[in-house]
Design a protein around this ligand. Structure first.
Ligand SMILES: [Zn+2]
Ligand SMILES: [Zn+2]
Length: 263
C-alpha cells in the first residue's frame, strides 16, 4: 500500500492511497486544477482512483468532490448525514447510496477495504478511515477534538497513521482568533493539539505503529517544526527512537508528499 498526502490543513485536504492497480482519495478539498497539478508533480495517475472516501462535509474536505467525480466518473463514499449536508451546502450529488448501518460496515476498493470509524468533530457526522489491503493497515484521522477509545483502538492496530496535529496550545491561546473560535478549536468537537497528538502518538507507537504522519496543521496557530518537535520530544521522553522505532513526518498544506510505500 502506498500513500501520498496531496494537501493537508484547513485550506484543503486530499490524500491518495493506492494498492494493486486501484486507488482512493480520502477527501477532495482542492480545486480540480490544483489537484491535477499536484498529482502531475508527484507522478500519480488519477485514473486509478475508484472512489473518494469523505470524512465529513466541511468545505476543506469536500469542495472538489463533485468536480472530480464528474470528470473521472467515480462516486463518493460518505455518511448519509454528511451527504445530506453536502448536497444542501455544496451541491455534491455523486454519493454511493448508503444507509446509516451500511455506511459503517465499509466498502471494498480493489484489494483495499475501507472501514469508517466515528470521531468527535462539529460536522453532522465525522469519520476517520481504516484502510486494509491484507498486508498493511493505514488509519487516517484528522478533524477530531479528542481521541475516543474506539478510534484509539483502531489506530493502534495500524502500521501507519495519519493523525491530526492541528495547533500549538500557546500559539492558539495568544493568537488573533476570537475567543469563540479558540474555544471551538480547543474543544472536544474541534481539533487535536500538538500535545494531544504527542500523547496519542506515543501510545500508538507503543502499540506497534511504525509511521506517524502529522496532518491538518493550522496555518495560524502552528508550524511544521512546532508539531514535529512536540511529538518527537514526547517520543524521546518515552524512550522511543525516532527513525528506528517510528518515523515521524509532517503533511503539508501547499506541498504534496512523495508517493511512498507503507512498510
Ligand atoms: Zn478540516
Ligand atoms: Zn472539519
Amino acid at each position: 500500500m502506498k500513500i501520498c498526502t496531496l494537501s493537508s490543513g484547513s485550506k484543503g485536504n486530499c490524500t491518495y492511497v493506492e494498492s494493486g492497480g486501484a486507488a482512493v482519495l480520502i477527501d477532495q478539498g482542492l480545486s480540480l486544477r490544483e489537484l491535477e497539478r499536484r498529482a502531475l508533480e508527484v507522478g500519480l495517475d488519477l485514473k486509478k482512483v475508484r472512489l473518494i472516501a469523505v470524512t465529513h462535509e466541511h468545505t476543506d474536505h469536500i469542495k472538489g468532490v463533485q468536480a472530480f467525480c464528474d470528470k473521472y466518473g467515480v462516486q463518493a463514499f460518505i455518511s448519509p448525514l454528511s451527504a445530506a449536508n453536502a448536497y444542501e451546502k455544496y451541491a455534491v450529488t455523486s454519493c454511493v447510496p448508503t444507509s446509516v448501518s451500511g455506511f459503517d460496515t465499509g466498502i471494498s476498493v480493489g484489494e483495499m477495504y475501507l472501514t469508517p470509524f466515528r470521531v468527535h468533530h462539529d460536522a453532522a457526522y465525522t469519520v476517520g478511515y481504516q484502510i486494509e489491503d491484507g498486508k498493511k493497515t493505514l488509519c487516517l484521522a484528522t478533524d477530531l477534538g479528542y481521541v475516543t477509545a474506539g478510534a484509539g483502538k483502531r489506530m493502534s492496530k495500524a502500521d501507519a497513521v495519519l493523525l491530526e496535529s492541528n495547533h500549538d496550545v500557546y500559539m492558539l491561546e495568544h493568537g488573533k482568533y476570537p475567543r469563540y473560535l479558540k474555544q471551538r478549536i480547543a474543544g472536544n468537537n474541534g481539533h487535536l493539539s500538538n500535545d494531544s497528538a504527542a500523547d496519542v502518538g506515543v501510545k500508538l507507537v507503543q502499540a506497534g505503529v511504525k509511521r506517524l504522519i502529522l496532518g491538518h496543521l493550522s496555518q495560524d496557530n502552528n508550524t511544521p517544526q512546532a508539531a514535529y518537535n512536540t511529538v518527537c520530544a514526547a517520543m524521546t521522553a518515552a524512550h522511543i527512537r525516532q527513525g528506528k522505532d517510528v518515523v515521524v513526518e509532517v503533511a503539508h498544506q501547499f506541498q504534496p508528499s512523495m508517493l511512498t510505500e507503507i512498510i
